[in-house]
Structures are given as structure tokens and as C-alpha cells.
Design a protein around this ligand. Structure first.
Ligand SMILES: Nc1ncnc2c1ncn2[C@@H]1O[C@H](COP(=O)(O)OP(=O)(O)O)[C@@H](O)[C@H]1O
Ligand SMILES: [Mg+2]
Length: 300
């Protein structure tokens, strides 16, 4: 996640949910985190030539919803997340979170990347606590909030561990704890499980689902793995490249926690893969036999 200076602390940080011990009351949660993207266009200029990367993106994400985004490499998924998190403000159109126009980074929005980006010289709890640095959460409450979030990601007992002492899956869960410790309205995840082996990946998918069900932050996750997108998402956004556009939005009308064997998931997976492979792109089988998309030649 970004450690850039963040100007203000969201009001919910002062609230404590008695059941979980984690800031953010249930009523506040359900009303927070509505994302609206309207007529979003984004271009990059290289050697004086503008190239459109995102074209006419319209998307509304409901508070507490889990939305997955799939699409070939280079279709602008990371660019879209960077715009939503406020790391890039050069775009036309509008991005609003709970009605407020996104202009810069804020504690309202957290992001988790494929690499955990934990500081190697800090313990797990120091890494998580660091995210509270620019907040006015009283020092006396920080230890408890950090402990609550380490518990949320099932890492209690590893507080004093350094990143190199954590497995890949544990380190990603630590990164999720760090991103959630400020109780963002919206958590963005850019291929968060992309570097994990297949078995660990399934485990962390289950953990992410549990964390989301417990936390109920709005979450928007980019993934190459269609099965993962469907397993976790209330909706799956299917994007196509050159320029990046939303091709289809798939409703996954199944309760959480999900059953991976659901025939509905398998049918939707086939449909989405058909959409994705209709566009020119390279594919391969991953360790679980899922068809995954490879970078297009120009993105390698
Ligand atoms: N800072 C940048 N300057 C110029 N082009 C960029 C920049 N960042 C991304 N791009 C281009 O924008 C396109 C979308 O990139 P990206 O959002 O990273 O795609 P994805 O995450 O879907 O793989 C790619 O063609 C990429 O080369
Ligand atoms: Mg990307």
C-alpha cells in the first residue's frame, strides 16, 4: 500500500465495534464505500503520442460489495486501480467514493499489490502499525487495533516475526492486515495472490473471503484467474484491451461462503473464458489447469 502522506483521518477511526474490537461499527460499514466511476478515459503520452488506455469506463460498486476485474494483461486494470486509489489524477471523467471526487491518496482507500511490500527490517506488528503513522488514532489504542487486525488475518502468534520468517501466503495476509488497519472504505487488490503457489492461493482465497465477510469493506480485486474472480466476486467485470473497456459485467448470484464445486460457477467460468479468448490474447494453463491469460506481446 502507499505510504504517501495522507491528509485526514476518516471519522470512523474513532468508532470501535464491540464484537470485533475493530474500528468501524456495523451501521457505518453498510453505508460506506460506494464507488462511482463515470465516463472515465485515461491516456498515456509516449514520445509525444497519446495512447488511450481506458475508454469510457462506467461502473458503480455498492457499499460492502466484492467486485472482481479480469482481463488480458495491458488492458488497463492496474491503471484503473491507481486512478481509484488516487496515485494518478490525470484522467477525464469522474471517480467518486461516497460522493466525494477522488483527487489524491487518502486513508479512505487502501491497496494491496502482488508483492507484499512489507519493510524487511520491521516485525509484522511494526509493519502493520506503520500504516497508522499519519492518523490521529491515539497511541494508547494502536496496539489493540494492530492486534485485532493481525487476528483478522489469522496471524496471531507471529507479531514479532520479520517478513522473511513468513511464508508467501502469510506475508500477503500481513499486507492485507496493514491495508485494513486504517479501516478504509474501499480496499483495492491488484493481483494480490498472483505470486502464490496454487495450494496457498486457494487457502488465501478462502481467507480473503472470510476477511471480507467479517470486515465488509468494499473490495475491488484484479486477477488473471477467472475461477478466483468468480469464487470471490459478487460481480465480475470483464475487460478487453486496446483500449481498455468493460466488455461485460457478470452477476455471481450465489451466497458467501461459496462452494467451489457450484455448477453455476463452472458455467460462468466457461462463459467468461469464451469472452476473454474471443479477444486476441495468449493463454496457458496454470498449476490447477485453469486457463489464464498471458501478457500480450507488446506488454512483455
Ligand atoms: N506510466 C505509464 N506510461 C505509459 N504507459 C503506461 C504506463 N503505465 C501503464 N502503461 C500502459 O498502459 C497499458 C495498461 O497498463 P496496465 O494498467 O498496467 O495493464 P494491466 O494491469 O491490465 O496489465 C499498457 O499498455 C501499459 O504499457
Ligand atoms: Mg496490472
Amino acid at each position: 500500500m502507499s505510504f504517501e502522506p495522507v491528509p485526514q483521518r476518516p471519522p470512523h477511526l474513532s468508532q470501535t465495534g464491540p464484537q470485533t474490537g475493530i474500528a468501524g461499527a456495523e451501521s457505518a460499514r453498510s453505508a460506506r464505500g460506494a464507488l462511482t466511476i463515470s465516463s472515465l478515459d485515461k491516456s498515456f503520452t509516449i514520445s509525444g503520442t497519446a495512447r488511450k488506455v481506458l475508454d469510457g469506463i462506467n461502473l458503480t460498486v455498492r457499499p460492502g460489495e466484492f467486485v472482481s476485474i479480469v482481463g488480458a494483461s495491458g488492458c488497463g486494470k492496474s491503471t484503473l486501480l491507481r486512478l481509484i486509489v488516487g496515485l494518478d489524477d490525470e484522467y477525464t471523467g469522474e471517480i467518486r467514493l461516497d460522493g466525494e471526487r477522488v483527487a489524491t491518496t487518502s486513508l479512505d482507500r487502501g491497496i494491496v499489490f502482488q508483492d507484499h511490500r512489507l519493510f524487511p527490517w520491521m516485525t509484522l506488528e511494526q509493519n502493520v502499525e506503520l500504516a497508522l503513522l499519519n492518523t490521529d488514532v491515539p497511541k494508547s489504542r494502536r496496539a489493540q487495533i494492530v492486534a485485532d487486525h493481525i487476528a483478522l488475518v489469522n496471524l496471531t502468534g507471529f507479531e514479532k516475526a520479520y517478513p522473511h520468517q513468513l511464508s508467501g501466503g502469510m506475508a500477503q495476509r500481513a499486507a492485507i492486515a496493514r491495508a485494513l488497519v486504517t479501516e478504509p472504505k474501499l480496499l483495492l487488490l491488484d493481483e494480490p495472490l498472483g505470486a502464490l503457489d496454487a495450494l496457498t492461493r486457494v487457502h488465501v482465497q478462502n481467507e480473503l473471503q472470510r476477511i471480507w465477510m467479517q470486515q465488509r469493506s468494499t473490495m475491488v480485486m484484479v486477477t488473471h484467474d477467472v475461477e478466483e474472480a468468480l469464487y470471490l466476486g459478487d460481480r465480475v467485470i470483464v475487460m478487453t484491451p486496446h483500449p481498455g473497456r468493460i466488455r461485460r459485467i457478470v452477476d455471481v448470484d450465489l451466497p458467501h461462503p461459496r462452494d467451489r464445486r457450484s455448477p453455476v460457477l463452472h458455467r460462468l467460468k466457461d462463459e467468461i473464458l469464451a469472452e476473454l479468448t474471443a479477444a486476441p490474447t495468449d493463454t496457458t494453463d496454470d498449476a490447477r489447469g485453469n486457463l489464464v491469460l498471458l501478457p500480450t506481446r507488446e506488454d512483455r
